[in-house]
Design a protein around this ligand. Structure first.
Ligand code: SF4
Ligand code: SF4
Length: 445
């Protein structure tokens, strides 16, 4: 496989990291590394999108992994899944004979799919604070991204994705959805809400984004990085935690933080050896400190939610407070200047501190949803899609269509701005472009 050719195909198809921030894949795969890791761990409880994808498309994922390995010059490939994914595991096992690719089966803990944690588990090496897997000779790619790479090699762009619709819906399912489909249509395809006035979480219960109110919900659409649509009853524990005001968090930190340091002791980043002690940030915040040098370590927080939703006995909000500090620092153009070395002794000591998803579910009050196994649902055909021009890290795509134009499914509708980091965007249905602003709206027909 010619390296330049495959990177061009991935770029042209608009492939981005589907498991996280949507980093453009043609840039991620441009650096040479020794190991490529296919991440099929889907560590957020309640999500099944990657599991279904691996059951349906194991062969394509392996082929794409081989192509990426050739492109980056890697001699070793690893497919990481949870050991409980038996069907996907059997499929991969049958396909891997004689290939330089291993199958790694991980226990069901959170956050197994975080790339820092995953690299540490598989390679025994910690990526430095604020570093990337390539710093330790690896690249990590979500299995959905690899499936998109396989399509890209056949000249097919990213137009659809699998989405788990679960929680308080009548018929939870994993749907195949055109990018830009209104989230409300996904919920309706699953029988609608099972409770009155629910709140929406886009993503999983740990790191998902809360959307509150019918108007806000109506505006949401499925993007390349939307893996889950979760409905919860209003006032659910997770909803209450997500909607605490800064003033409330401040008062609670001052009055109730007992400096027990459980938030630090269970922090996955601390436990792979990063010099990050979130209880110290809490102490500063509770003391009313706005931006003391010690709080700079908030930059090292991945916002995984372990501290606030699992560890803290006082139900405080270290994750949100770290996020608040990070936003303040960025506003004031303050950069992280702390240690970038890994503390190996710290990671050796703490490497067994993992959080079983079953225990996590009890804390999150989601056991009833954890018992649901969403059905493999239909492929949706919405009458209209609204495709955001910014679904990825970097600059928004620049629209290359106008209202009134007709487009076919798969046609480019947004281009990468000259000289910028970004990703192309494509029409997910055929029809007429009816609006272009920060998104392109297409009516089927
Ligand atoms: S776990 Fe909670 S109470 Fe303990 S130090 Fe951290 S924030 Fe404070
Ligand atoms: S959210 Fe909490 S547990 Fe997760 S990385 Fe940040 S401080 Fe650590």
């Amino acid at each position: 496989m010619n390296r330049e050719r495959i990177l061009r195909q991935i770029r042209d198809a608009g492939v981005v990291g589907q498991g996280g921030a949507g980093f453009p894949a043609h840039v991620k795969f441009a650096a040479p590394v020794e190991t490529v890791i296919a991440n099929g761990c889907e560590c957020e409880p309640l999500l099944f999108s990657d599991q279904v994808l691996m059951q349906r498309h194991a062969e394509e994922i392996v082929e794409a992994l081989e192509a990426v390995m050739a492109a980056v010059g890697a001699r070793r490939g690893i497919i990481a899944i949870k050991e409980k994914y038996r069907t996907a595991g059997e499929r991969f096992e049958r396909l891997l004979g004689g290939k330089p690719i291993e199958l790694a089966r991980l226990e069901n803990f959170y956050p197994a799919g975080d790339e820092h944690v995953l690299v540490h588990e598989l390679l025994g090496r910690a990526i430095p604070p604020l570093g990337l897997p390539k710093d330790v000779g690896a690249v990590v790619s979500n299995v959905g991204t690899l499936h998109a790479v396989h399509r890209a090699m056949a000249g097919l762009p990213v137009t659809h994705r699998l989405v788990t619709v679960t929680g308080e819906v009548r018929r939870p399912a994993v749907l195949e959805v055109p990018i830009g489909t209104p989230v409300e249509e996904c919920i309706a395809a699953c029988g609608g809400p099972a409770v009155a006035d629910p709140v929406l979480v886009l993503g999983g219960p740990m790191m998902g984004r809360f959307v509150d109110g019918p108007e806000a919900m109506r505006r949401e659409v499925v993007t390349k990085t939307t893996g889950g649509v979760l409905l919860l009853p209003r006032g659910h524990y997770l909803h209450r935690m997500a909607t605490l005001s800064v003033r409330e968090m401040e008062k609670q930190a001052a009055a109730a933080c007992i400096q027990c340091r459980y938030c630090t002791d269970l922090c996955p980043r601390h436990n792979i050896g990063h010099s990050f002690e979130t209880h110290r940030v809490m102490r500063a915040f509770g003391g009313g400190v706005a931006t003391a040098p010690g709080t700079l370590q908030a930059f090292l927080c991945s916002e995984c939610g372990v501290c606030e939703l699992f560890a803290c006995p006082m139900r405080l909000s270290p994750r949100r407070i770290n996020a608040l500090f990070k936003a303040r620092f960025r506003e004031r153009q303050i950069a992280y200047e702390g240690p970038r070395e890994v503390v190996p002794a710290q990671s050796l000591l703490n490497r067994h501190r993992k959080i079983p998803v079953s225990r996590l579910a009890i804390k999150l009050d989601i056991q009833k949803y954890l018992a649901i196994h969403p059905a493999e649902g239909e492929r949706l055909s919405p009458a209209q899609v609204t495709i955001p021009l910014q679904q990825h890290a970097g600059a928004p795509a620049v629209a290359c269509v106008r209202p009134g134009e007709r487009v076919e499914e798969g046609a480019a509708i947004g281009e990468i701005p000259e000289g910028k980091l970004g990703a192309r965007v494509h029409a997910s249905i055929a029809g007429e472009v009816i609006r272009v602003d920060n998104a392109v709206t297409i009516r089927r027909g």
